[in-house]
Design a protein around this ligand. Sequence first.
Ligand SMILES: C[S@@+](CC[C@H](N)C(=O)[O-])C[C@H]1O[C@@H](n2cnc3c(N)ncnc32)[C@H](O)[C@@H]1O
Length: 397
Amino acid sequence: MSNKIMTDKQTGEKHCRCFKRCGGCQLDEPYKDQLERKQQKADRMLSKFAPVNRILPMEKPYNYRCKVQNIYGLDRSKRIISGVYQSSGQKIVAVDDCFLEDERAAPIVRSVKKLMKDMRIPPYDIRSGRGILRHTLIRTSRSTGQVMLVLVTAGAMLPAKNNLVKAMRAAHPEITTIVQNICPDGMPLTLGERDIVLFGKGYIEDELCGCRFRISPASFYQVNPLQTEKLYSCAVEAAGISEGVRVIDAYCGTGTIGIICAKNGAEVTGVELNKSACRDAHKNAELNGLENIKFCNDDAGKFMQAMASKGEGCDVLIMDPPRAGASREFIGCAGRLAPQKIVYVSCKIETLERDLKAFRREGYKVTYIQPVDMFPHTMGIETVCLLERNGEKNEAH
Ligand SMILES: C[S@@+](CC[C@H](N)C(=O)[O-])C[C@H]1O[C@@H](n2cnc3c(N)ncnc32)[C@H](O)[C@@H]1O
């Protein structure tokens, strides 16, 4: 069964029949109620630290995702389907259209399915280990119009590769690059180490906050560009960047936040674990003509420990960790580096709450909390917090 999107004629709100089975959305209620639910959660969990500002909403909370991933399989009649794994197992839920995704993605996925059939490219079956195409990743940019298609295969073999690329380009002139990524094993939707560029540059470029960023297949990049501009503006403003301020951008991804700070005159060091993202970060500094920013491909905790043991410091620490939040080691070393300000950008409120408590013990006070709705129709809440140094370590909290 494939899904169908219904639009309420009076309110313009959309509903998807796939809700619950697909797991992509967790909220099927009017957008204003979603915002209220998220506000209440943020208030409940964070108001003990400081007043929580009103969540920054999206004007049109649809089609915001600039990163779209699809798994391929066969239905009972052996027809090729695309979609996502059911939240409760390995069965594929067919999703032909999704109101979270950039509208350019679904027609590309339809063409991939048609060409798989025409060119006899079987979907990879996770149970038997047979087949070729594991999934596709589509990345799009609204600002530059560029589109990347990544075909993730189980092995190096991709039959009729040249014809496939030719046909995809003919059907979708908007695609600016096509990459084959080879992923022999690993969790669903992960990428392998090896990329083969089949067409174009092998990456796309996007613009945010007046800076230009290159994004490779495996690099982290925020999925909602309109809200990301708001998020980054809040973070940079909270950091109070001026000429010569020494900034560490920890968990920096492709260098985005640090690059915006460097453009405003800061002396920035970015640290990022993912090799591909770190390579992009170096290129992004060049792309924006910046010499006052450098990047280190390392674990953020280890990097902070090395800095602390050398007795080095910084004025502002910006940190944007993954959902798991920061490690104890990271927070302890941040306390030893003793920056005047810490800007914490969080994508998971539960780990944010835990880490804010730990920072309080390191002598920091939370002075600003701004939730941003980066992921409408999901439970996700993105938050920017400013912490300011207010004295000695306090073990009592
Ligand atoms: C939420 S993303 C933020 C990236 C960036 N600030 C942005 O807005 O695009 C978190 C980043 O942390 C990186 N990361 C995860 N664990 C890390 C670690 N232990 N040390 C350094 N970076 C890490 C991930 O690869 C990812 O790029």
